[in-house]
Design a protein. Structure first.
Length: 738
DNA sequence: GGCTTTCCTG
DNA sequence: CAGGAAAGCC
């Protein structure tokens, strides 16, 4: 018996063998229709709009601020994952710790790197340490072997503790290193070898911090610990020694840091602006909170606002109480500002400003975290028309209908198809790192006149309810607000109303109800807008972006410019037909596949009447069905061969039920949500197909490169009538309601 | 040459 | 699922 599992091999044997003979479909009048429509195609747009740059710069600016607040927020959200924010100070500590470790016989290959320590591997290691060294961290630092402890355990504990300690020390340094140049210089200085002096206060702080380590895996170490209490003391001494060494180095480091900062500050004291003042105060914060002897945890556990307040109080204590800190020289602006900082008005001003900064930073960070952490939940903005949406079925999160929330803003950029060309901004999902595993339906927009398409007329909605997502977005895009993320500019191509701007701006809404709600039905249907798609116009090869007729400069400008302006100049236009295929159309097509495997383009036009057909749309739809068939036949062949290998000898034994594996595979593919009842006829067709494959393989026909052709011929005749309900643009809602 | 389809790849 | 290549029909 031949090996019937060699599907891949056989597939390649049939490569380039046409098997479509006999499965031709009637081609409708689409060609003429398309050629007409093509004349109004608009060129592709630059996907890298200036708006993106602006928004991105905001994020960059946020990083650049290196504000304590932001760092705290980020740190809380992501532990020590500070790789995105390099801190030269961390490098110093890494170097120091590395030396220390080497000196103490520590073995940690990853410490070879003298650069930033905040790598992913170290994050992991940090976690490991936190988990394992919680009981009595000092113990694991002991460089002396324990008789009853394996060398592996000893090394591991030692390394872990050192890493934990280093991370904490780095945190201290980060708190101080707001000025990159200063930090860099400090780095240089400290590489030369820092003197060491230990303060018991810092030892206490270090010990206290260790108590904050996670209390996991305690039991595994408790046994070891309880068995060796005496050794503990010795190890504790050793640990303290090490800590003192480290802290001595740290103090030296800090002193140099301060000196450098002060000198730098006095050199640049003409820049007595707010940001520098703020930075200065933050550095002072770090100094004070470091030297006053408060626990780092105490500070780090505070909320950002409390943190600043506490730091400010410490500053006051220090500045009013002790004056031994190096003073700035020269009665210059900086000093004036500095002094004003001590006066009530100045203090109040600074406080207010800092709180403002703090709040803004928190909002930005919250937004960033939200965007990255939460999958884009489809949410129905209130500006959308009150469609007959099966809310429960589509799992639309109604938790937050505040249009000013991040989620909602982002959801405006979902796969909703917006007719307005300027709304092309709004059609791309955010470049989330998590999702978008599904292909993006090609979406082509056009501002041509209404197309009277067969099928039910599009639903018309009140204009006031039809504010497009973009214009809605513009309503909250005030000069004081900026998106933390680049707006998805020009993700979908749009067609310019050639020479007819009036027609472009008059208008009715073409937003399909289906496009507004059904797209939210399942995350599997999320629109994919990869950079690949964004970088070229898929449907206008005859109208490259450089084409003057295709791309209006004013449009480009407005698209890259103020969104408020855009909302002003671009009311709704065109008909209620959308010019692209949404994920719902894909879902609908998949369901239609249960009835027809070889739909004609005319048929597709009638069943997708809410779509403005053009060559691209037709091709895409046909391609969809081609892909459906491909999957279908692959499954059939696969299961036919499997049956043969399983010893099936008669087609009578081959039947497709709703329980069988093949059916489940197909249903999963075309009806993933399983919310549609697959027609019985499809089971019959599938069974016939399976038996055709089975017989062909049994007969050895698969040696013929085009052996599938005959099967295709058979199957293409088995198409059945697609229910009329599929002609409705809202068919998904109606179907899935049943 | 245009169009459709399959095959293949990513 | 999309893009591209190739095959095959009209």
């Amino acid at each position: 018996m031949p090996d019937h599992d060699s599907t891949a091999l056989l597939s390649r044997q049939t490569k380039r063998r046409r098997v479509d003979i006999g499965v031709k479909r009637t081609v409708g009048t689409a060609s003429a229709f398309f050629s007409k429509e093509r004349a109004t195609f608009f060129g592709a747009m630059n996907p890298q709009g200036s708006e993106q740059d602006v928004e991105y710069s905001v994020v960059q600016h946020t990083d650049g601020e290196k504000s304590n607040v932001l760092r705290k927020l980020l740190k809380r959200a992501n532990s020590y994952e500070d790789a995105m924010m390099p801190f030269p100070g961390a490098t110093i500590i890494s170097q120091l710790l590395k030396n220390n470790i080497n000196k103490n016989g520590g073995s940690e290959p990853s410490f070879q790197t003298s650069g930033l320590s905040s790598t992913g591997s170290e994050i992991h290691q940090e976690d490991v340490c936190s988990n394992s060294s919680r009981d009595s961290p000092q113990e694991c630092l002991s460089p002396f072997g324990r008789p009853n402890m394996s060398q592996f355990d000893m090394d591991r504990l030692c390394d872990e503790h050192l890493r934990a300690k280093r991370a904490r020390v780095e945190n201290i340094i980060r708190g101080m290193s707001h000025s990159p140049n200063v930090s860099l210089r400090g780095n240089e200085n400290d590489r030369e070898g820092a003197p060491r002096s230990i303060s018991p206060r810092e030892s206490y702080r270090e010990n206290k911090r260790k108590q904050k380590l996670p209390q996991q895996q305690q039991q595994s170490f408790q046994q070891l610990v309880s068995a060796r209490k005496e050794q503990k003391r010795e190890e504790r001494r050793q640990l303290k020694q090490q800590l003192e060494d480290m802290q001595k180095q740290l103090r030296q480091l800090q002193e140099k840091f301060y000196q450098i900062y002060d000198s730098t500050d006095s050199e640049n004291n003409e820049d007595g602006n707010l940001s520098e003042d703020s930075m200065h105060s933050e550095i002072i914060d770090a100094r004070v909170h470091d030297s006053v002897g408060r626990s780092d945890n105490e500070m780090f556990d505070l909320d950002p606002g409390q943190f600043i307040d506490r730091a400010r109080a410490l500053i006051r204590e220090r500045e009013l109480g002790s004056d031994n800190r190096p003073k700035r020289d020269g009665p210059k602006e900086k000093d004036i500002l500095h002094n004003s900082f001590l006066h009530p008005e100045g203090k109040h001003l600074a406080e207010t400003l800092k709180q403002e900064l703090n709040t803004a930073m928190s909002q930005i960070v919250d937004t960033v975290v939200k965007v990255f952490s939460a999958k884009p939940i489809r949410q129905l903005p209130q500006v959308f028309p009150p469609l007959q949406i099966p809310q429960a079925r589509f799992a639309i999160s109604g938790e937050n209908h505040n249009f000013h929330t991040t989620n909602q803003r982002l959801q405006c950029f979902g796969d909703v198809i917006i007719p307005n060309p300027l709304d092309t901004f709004a059609n791309v999902p955010m470049p989330s790192s998590t999702d978008q595993t599904e292909a993006l339906p090609l979406v082509v927009r056009k501002n041509s006149t209404d197309q009277s398409a067969p099928g039910p007329p599009p639903v018309s909605h009140h204009p006031s309810l039809h504010q497009s997502p973009l214009s809605a977005a513009a309503s909250f895009t005030s000069p004081s607000f900026r998106h933390p993320f680049p707006l998805p500019l020009m993700a979908y191509p749009f067609q310019n109303p050639l020479g007819a701007p009036s027609s472009a701006f008059q208008g009715k809404d073409r937003t399909s109800p289906e496009s507004l709600d059904l797209t939210r039905e399942t995350t599997s249907l999320r629109t994919k807008m990869s950079s690949h798609h964004m970088n070229h116009h898929p449907c206008s090869p005859a109208h490259p972006p450089s084409s003057t007729e295709g791309l209006s400069l004013s449009f480009i400008k407005s698209e890259c410019g103020d969104m408020q302006d855009m909302s002003d100049i671009s009311p709704y236009s065109g008909s209620a037909m959308q010019e692209g295929l949404s994920p719902n159309h894909l879902k609908k097509a998949k369901l239609m596949f249960f009835y027809t495997r070889y739909p004609s383009s005319n048929m597709l036009k009638t069943y997708f009447s809410d779509v403005k057909f053009n060559r691209c749309i037709t091709s895409q739809l046909i391609k969809w069905f081609s892909n459906f068939r491909e999957f279908y036949y692959i499954q059939m062949e696969k299961y036919a061969r499997q049956a043969i290998n399983d010893g099936v000898t008669s087609t009578e034994e081959l039947s497709i039920t709703r329980d069988c594996e093949l059916y489940r595979a197909l249903n999963m593919h075309y009806n993933k949500a399983n919310d549609f009842e697959v027609p019985e006829r499809f089971l019959e067709v599938a069974q016939i197909t399976l038996r055709e494959f089975f017989n062909a393989i049994i007969a050895g026909k698969d040696v013929d490169p085009s052996w599938k052709k005959a099967i295709y011929k058979v199957i293409c005749k088995l198409d059945s009538e697609v229910p009329d309900i599929f002609r409705s643009p809202n068919c998904l809602q109606e179907l899935l309601h049943e």
